[in-house]
Design a protein around this ligand. Structure first.
Ligand code: PGA
Length: 264
């Protein structure tokens, strides 16, 4: 695992965008796994700037989003489809039919739908680069604590902590979704490369447990220890509870010298 320690959230977003842009330039038909959440806004903003000012071309890029709330229409301002449209898709040239986001309007045949989403990822050739955030409880996607580490795309009941975190984005008094469709931990472990971003003190405990704790369904991001190519991009606050920072800095210095393409 490569642990990249940055100063603040702007540096984390810029570093993530640099890696994504470099990956697109090396493989213009890349299959990207995309995430939503406040941590991603700066990344998408920077990718939009690179498209506008430096001609970063998304015309052959294919995307699969991690998750979507269940029970709200795509046009709802808090749907993840709206988030992606607002922060990324409206500003870059990804063809509409190359964009995949789980359908939050399902009311039946959930298993068949989720199997279809898995199949679409497989048929596209699998995900080359997966972007992940992390919840305060260590979730990735909406894989809440005690999700199976072998899980695939499915519906998931959200934890009380996640519902509280999500409430901040909804209007006062508005009903907050209790369930979501999310790709599974097993799905994410099959991606070729993972970038996990975390900023702020509220993520410090989850980050320390994910990187230095035991692999456990209690902190589903800890399953990333089983993945062969994960890069964690962290700001000082999110990294504050890690105990091996001097070693991570040494690894990073060596990576910059020996394999600079991993950071660009
Ligand atoms: P955040 O969400 O970026 O809004 O903190 C991350 C997540 O819950 O995965």
């Amino acid at each position: 695992m490569l642990v990249v320690l940055e100063r603040g959230k702007n540096e984390v977003a810029e570093q993530a965008a640099r890696i994504i842009a470099g990956s697109i330039r090396r493989n213009p038909a890349i299959r990207l796994g995309l995430a939503t959440g406040g941590t991603m806004i700066g990344v998408y903003h920077e990718l939009a700037r690179l498209h506008r000012e430096e001609h970063l071309d998304f015309s052959r890029v294919v995307t699969f989003n991690l998750d979507e709330y269940l029970g709200i229409p795509p046009s709802h301002p808090q749907s993840f489809r709206s988030f992606m449209q607002h922060h990324l898709f409206a500003h870059v040239n990804i063809p509409r039919n190359s964009i995949h986001i789980p359908d939050g309007t399902l009311t039946r045949d959930y298993d068949a739908y989720c199997e279809k989403y898995e199949r679409a990822i497989r048929d596209a050739g699998g995900i080359d680069l997966q972007l992940l955030g992390i919840g305060r409880n260590g979730h990735i996607g909406f894989n809440e604590p005690m999700s199976s580490l072998g899980s695939r795309t499915r519906t998931k009941e959200l934890s009380a902590e996640t519902i509280e975190d999500n409430r901040k984005s909804f209007a006062p008094g508005e009903e907050v979704p209790q369930c979501a469709v999310t790709v599974g931990i097993g799905t994410s472990l099959e991606t070729r490369r993972i970038l996990l971003l975390a900023t702020g003190q509220s993520k410090a405990d989850a980050i320390a447990k994910s990187i230095e704790g035991p692999v456990s369904a209690s902190v589903t991001a800890s399953a990333l220890q089983l993945h062969r190519d994960v890069t964690f991009l962290l700001d000082e606050e999110a990294a504050s509870l890690l105990t091996q920072k001097p070693y991570y800095r040494h690894v990073l210095d060596m990576t910059r010298k020996l394999m600079p393409e991993r950071l660009s």
